[in-house]
Design a protein. Structure first.
Length: 239
């Protein structure tokens, strides 16, 4: 995963400076800079240029769209259509998907920065937000698959029973083809995030960016597991 990396971080801001909330204009970039194109195969170079020119460029737009896609994926996996209508699912996704995406971005950035500091990471909150949002561009693009999904499969995308799809086996072939594309985009997003995160943290290897993500997850999961273990050990069990 490692790409060529320069030792110095010329865009690094001092830790003493309080990170801004990232509410500046998201519309200005040099005409020759095309981050939506370059991020796919040159993540480190792209994130360096974004940090140096406009670190807030479309960060919140990307995160909100990704949040909508994540909510739809969860609704599909949980068979939410068995209890509420497809229209209700779509409306909830449009309202609460962006809220969930923004919450995950800010809360996740805090954890990633803490975990990164244990590895000697140098990134600010703003730089981590930019790295996470732009690394997820392939996952954001995958939301486009929901268009043909809803046209072809309708409410059966959200229900346990799929009588129309079962009656037309060709639909299952298309369904699994779409899922393969979606998984591929998700894996590519992980690859990009490991590189963009490693770049802003000052890590040479993207594997250290990956470990940064794992360590951030452990900061949350380990206390939960310990509390659950303590509670279970205190519960009386019948002989």
């Amino acid at each position: 995963m490692s790409l060529e990396y320069e030792k110095e971080n010329p865009y690094q801001t001092p830790d003493a400076v309080t990170p801004d909330l990232g509410l500046e204009s998201q519309d200005s970039l040099p005409d020759e800079f095309k981050p939506f194109q370059t991020i796919w195969f040159h993540p480190r170079r792209t994130i360096r240029q974004l940090i140096a020119t406009n670190p807030n460029y479309h960060v919140y737009t990307l995160v909100c769209i990704e949040g909508i896609g994540q909510y739809l994926d969860r609704a599909s996996a949980n068979n939410s259509g068995d209890t509420i209508s497809m229209l209700a699912i779509l409306m909830i996704a449009l309202v609460f998907g962006p809220i969930g995406g923004l919450f995950s971005l800010f809360f996740g950035s805090v954890l990633i920065r803490w975990a990164g500091k244990l590895q000697g990471g140098q990134a600010t909150f703003q730089e981590i937000r930019t790295a996470m949002a732009w690394g997820a561009v392939p996952a954001v693009v995958s939301i486009l698959i929901w268009g043909p999904d809803l046209l072809l499969f309708g409410s059966e995308m959200f229900t346990e029973l799929t009588p129309r799809m079962d009656a037309q086996p060709s639909l299952w072939t298309i369904f699994f083809a779409f899922r393969a594309v979606e998984i591929s985009l998700g894996v590519w997003s992980l690859f990009l995030i490991c590189n963009t995160l490693a770049e802003v943290q000052g890590f040479r290897s993207a594997w250290r960016g990956f470990f940064n993500l794992i360590l951030a997850g452990m900061i949350v999961l380990v206390p939960i597991i310990l509390v659950a273990f303590v509670l279970l050990s205190m519960m009386p069990f019948a002989a």
